[in-house]
Design a protein around this ligand. Structure first.
Ligand SMILES: CSC[C@H]1O[C@H](OP(=O)(O)O)[C@H](O)[C@@H]1O
Length: 365
């Protein structure tokens, strides 16, 4: 195994010509970066979870759009805009649940419209600026989520998390794991219990890897052990990421999150969701309107190349589930922490200047 400090890792970066993506399907055994020069490669990397995690998907899509626009030979705005629409809608078809994909594409669209008086050459430069801004802001957003998250925690706590909402799912720090990284900076000793998170094992392959690399105390468990460790009193709080927060506070996150939330409720354990404002979708009223991605059967019947079920067996493989807002103790955002009633507190948050991308809805999930 190649051991490098996680702070050196950049899940997504762009040098103006090439998009570099940390291939998360190869972790933890191999740390390798994909060199992406075509929009089709970006689409495939998102679809196959080579780049994954709502913020990282949005950042990759913003850069992937720039790669696609290299194929758009346009002298005037109208031709360029048509090409932009086509490339944006193509990227929007890669995965349906993580709203950051659409938020990032909408934000690039808003910048294009705002700058429409400029030449096509200038527009390309301004869209590159916007994509870099999306990435740079995400790093600051995640650090701020970490700072706010720390106000809910104290030294010596043990947190249970599900899936991976860590540094590699974002520009840096992560969302759910941001408080863990900042706690280490502060000299605290937080412990993490990580669900392996079937079927794609983001917890064992990614969270356990990230935290081990960072020298943070992490214990890996199977998803089915979460109830037992809670019953033993070993979990002080649960903290997870999200892929889309509806306007009423319902949260779509990796499959299995809903069950963890029910377990936390049963054991009177706080259940926190770390959510960048870019993942809060005020256009979606409640969780039942969030599109849930269904993925191929092979991820379950022969995950990682090992046949563990008859190949002809029927399979249901939703990649996400929805945790009803009443199971969520608090939502941690970069602008602060909100609690029930979420249908009111989330609106207040955006009135304070949230970055929802509303009003620029151009690609729909
Ligand atoms: C910081 S977003 C992390 C979020 O995204 C993951 O989904 P996937 O691995 O399919 O991209 C998971 O739901 C995480 O909580």
């Amino acid at each position: 195994m190649i051991r490098i400090a996680t702070e050196q890792i950049q899940s997504v970066s762009f040098d103006g010509e090439t998009l570099y993506i940390l291939d998360q399907t190869q972790l933890p055994a191999v740390t390798q970066y994909l060199r992406i020069t075509r929009i089709e490669q970006c689409w495939q990397a998102i679809k196959e979870l080579k780049v994954r995690g709502a913020p990282a998907i949005g950042i990759a899509a913003a850069y992937g759009l720039l790669l696609g626009l290299k194929d758009v030979a346009a002298d005037g705005f109208d031709d360029f805009y048509q090409g932009f629409q086509e490339k944006s809608e193509y990227l929007a078809s890669s995965r349906p649940t993580a709203v950051n994909l659409f938020w990032a594409l909408n934000r690039m669209h808003a910048r294009l419209i705002a700058e429409k008086e400029h030449s096509v050459e200038a527009l390309r430069a301004k869209l590159l600026q916007e994509a870099h801004a999306i990435r740079a802001e995400d790093e600051a957003v995640c650090r701020s989520i970490g700072m706010h998250g720390l106000t809910l925690l104290h030294d010596g706590m043990t947190l249970l998390t599900h899936c991976n909402a860590g540094a590699i799912a974002t520009a840096k720090y992560g969302t759910a794991l941001a408080p863990v990284y900042l706690a280490k900076e502060r000299g605290w000793n937080l412990k993490v219990i990580a669900d392996e998170t079937r079927p794609l094992l983001q917890g064992s392959r990614l969270t356990a890897w990230e935290l081990t690399e960072a020298g943070i105390d992490v214990t890996l468990i199977t998803d089915s052990m979460a109830a037992y460790v809670m019953s033993k009193g070993w979990v002080d709080a649960v903290i997870v990421g999200c892929d889309r927060v509806a306007a009423n506070g319902d949260v779509a996150n990796k499959i299995g999150t809903y069950g963890v939330a029910l377990l936390a409720k049963a054991h009177c354990i706080p259940f926190y969701v770390a959510a960048p404002m870019s993942t809060i979708d005020m256009d979606t009223a409640s969780g039942d309107a969030i599109p849930i991605e269904e993925r191929e059967a092979g991820e379950i019947t022969n995950g990682f190349g090992v046949h563990t079920a008859p190949p002809e067996v029927k399979v249901f493989n939703p990649a996400f589930d929805v945790t009803p807002n009443e199971l969520i103790s608090a939502i941690i955002t970069e602008q602060g922490i909100v609690r029930q009633p979420y249908n009111e507190t989330l609106i207040e948050l955006f009135k304070q200047g949230g970055n929802s991308g509303e009003g620029t809805r151009h690609v729909e999930s």
